[in-house]
Design a protein around this ligand. Structure first.
Ligand SMILES: *[C@@H]1O[C@H](CO)[C@@H](O)[C@H](O)[C@H]1NC(C)=O
Ligand SMILES: *[C@@H]1O[C@H](CO)[C@@H](O)[C@H](O)[C@H]1NC(C)=O
Ligand SMILES: *[C@@H]1O[C@H](CO)[C@@H](O)[C@H](O)[C@H]1NC(C)=O
Ligand SMILES: *[C@@H]1O[C@H](CO)[C@@H](O)[C@H](O)[C@H]1NC(C)=O
Ligand SMILES: *[C@@H]1O[C@H](CO)[C@@H](O)[C@H](O)[C@H]1NC(C)=O
Ligand SMILES: *[C@@H]1O[C@H](CO)[C@@H](O)[C@H](O)[C@H]1NC(C)=O
Ligand SMILES: *[C@@H]1O[C@H](CO)[C@@H](O)[C@H](O)[C@H]1NC(C)=O
Length: 430
């Protein structure tokens, strides 16, 4: 029952609905969020002297050989924060694949196809200050994923990362008869399978992690957002047994209040209460953490959580005119440590403390802190270069920034680097 991937990338929708178009849901929630990311550094140490990352002194060495080498690099007491670094223009090694070569590309992210002419956004490499990240090798990853499931669970940003992962692998597996795309559970679950490895790379739509009225993969854009704060089993049962799980949840929470339901959506006797967003976010993450603690097989499953993906909707934050956004941006932000209003440090803090508590309870979820590195990439969003699900009005056409998507990321682009970092973690087994 493999359907064409076209389905995946062109599910039509009413009004403002596609899964991946979070933007429209944010018009109603211009929440002011002051950003100064919570301190705390993720140090990455290798297992017993076996280290994936090179010393900085070797960082300019032959990148072509680094993959083999770095997997066996040995060094002691080497700590490297992969998330502190800078972007380097590198049009020789990047992009890691060509947009038009990826058969499973999403029209929401295919910026070149939709007319973007400046393609520099495809050519940036992330360079941590203290080490190199290993170059992505699809074959090596597929070996690791043999007879295994890698599942991305979350919202459209996570879906973008999943598409990136599928493209990274797709372009490396040349025989198309060995690949397939399936839809399950009424398309909440999409499965990309590489047959000769019996490996699957899956995406599960679950934008708030807990059960919510936004769970329908197509029709979820409702005026009011309701979560069942304590309920995760309906979703959890779909992914708990996977070998690698990558979670995210952030943007769907960005409103002042969320309605919380105690009871079920099916029955009418539930109790509803408006709860401040941060509080409901905390409740949801707690329910998620409790579920993991009880249900995840620790010897089998590796868990990851992607930190907030920042949005670039207010150009005044990087010194442009008020009212502008990422539209027509071509340059990255060079200022080290730049933080805009598109990420919320209070939410980051809740994520961190949830992970810390889980760690105390013996369960390690790796927080991939991609917020800062993505902050620099104001030019990496689709802007107006993507499929528009609704036809544009004359007013919009006259004012392109009014419909620019400054939330998602063009591919090839930023999410490929998130996946390189994920790859580094998967092989180091932190
Ligand atoms: C994320 O990374 C940035 C930059 O390296 C750092 O300032 C911030 O404290 C980190 N946050 C966490 C939760 O590690
Ligand atoms: C890479 O970028 C440099 C500097 O912008 C340029 O001179 C060169 O022609 C580019 N090479 C390719 C292969 O695009
Ligand atoms: C990827 O790794 C395989 C071995 O697992 C190796 O044969 C191949 O050359 C590597 N590819 C690249 C592009 O480094
Ligand atoms: C294929 O992979 C699945 C996990 O995705 C596993 O349950 C199953 O046993 C594997 N099949 C074979 C023949 O190994
Ligand atoms: C899929 O949707 C149909 C119709 O809405 C419903 O009857 C069915 O139970 C759903 N299946 C699953 C697995 O959720
Ligand atoms: C947990 O996973 C390991 C490795 O796959 C397996 O050997 C073990 O039986 C699993 N434990 C449970 C309780 O399922
Ligand atoms: C965030 O927005 C508020 C309100 O517009 C503004 O006062 C503040 O300076 C902004 N912060 C940054 C970093 O731009």
């Amino acid at each position: 029952m493999a359907k064409s991937h076209q389905l995946l990338v062109s599910v039509p929708s009413t009004s403002c609905a596609p899964i991946w178009d979070i933007k429209c849901s944010f018009h109603s929630l211009i929440v002011v969020l002051i950003v100064s990311l919570v301190a705390g550094v993720v140090y990455l140490t290798g297992e017993s002297g076996k280290l994936l990352f090179e010393d900085n002194s070797n960082s300019n060495s032959d990148r072509g050989k680094e993959n083999e080498e770095s997997l066996t690099y040995s060094s002691s007491n080497n700590k490297c924060n992969l998330f502190s670094g800078k972007w380097i223009f590198d049009n020789e090694s990047y992009p890691l694949y060509k947009e038009q070569d990826c058969k499973f590309m999403s029209d929401q992210l295919a910026c070149q196809k939709f007319g973007r002419e400046d393609l520099n956004y495809q050519h940036w490499r992330w360079q941590p200050h203290q080490c190199d990240i290993p170059r992505f090798n699809a074959t090596t990853l597929l070996e690791k994923l043999r007879n295994k499931r890698l599942v991305f669970v979350g919202d459209s940003l996570n879906r973008g990362q999943w598409v990136s992962m599928v493209c990274l692998i797709d372009t490396a597996v040349h025989d198309s008869s060995l690949k397939s795309m399936h839809y399950r559970y009424n398309t909440s679950l999409i499965i990309f399978k590489v047959k000769d490895y019996n490996a699957t790379i899956e995406f599960y739509w679950e934008p708030l992690l807990v059960e919510s009225n936004s769970d329908d993969p197509v029709h979820h854009r409702l005026p009011e957002r309701i979560v069942r704060a304590n309920s995760i089993e309906k979703h959890g049962s779909r992914w708990t047994n996977a070998d690698f799980i990558v979670f995210n949840t952030y943007l769907w929470w960005r409103r002042p209040h969320i309605k919380v339901l105690w009871g079920s959506f099916e029955k009418s006797d539930g109790i509803y209460k408006e709860v401040k967003m941060l509080r409901s976010y905390e409740m949801a993450l707690k329910a998620w953490a409790d579920w993991l603690e009880i249900h995840v097989n620790r010897t089998k499953t590796q868990l990851f959580f992607m930190s907030m993906s920042p949005v670039h909707e207010r150009a005044e934050e990087w010194g442009k005119a008020k009212g502008e956004n990422c539209y027509s941006e071509k340059e990255i932000i060079q200022e080290e440590g730049y933080q805009g209003n598109g990420s919320d440090p209070k939410m980051m803090k809740i994520v961190e403390s949830t992970m810390d508590e889980l760690k105390h309870r013996g369960l390690n979820v790796h927080l991939l802190n991609i917020t800062q590195l993505s902050e620099y990439r104001k030019e990496g969003h689709p802007s107006i270069y993507r499929k528009q699900w609704d036809s544009l009005t004359e007013e919009q056409i006259a004012n392109p920034s009014s419909y620019a998507d400054c939330i998602h990321w063009c591919l090839p682009g930023v999410p490929d680097v998130w996946n390189e970092l994920l790859y580094a973690y998967i092989f180091n087994n932190y």
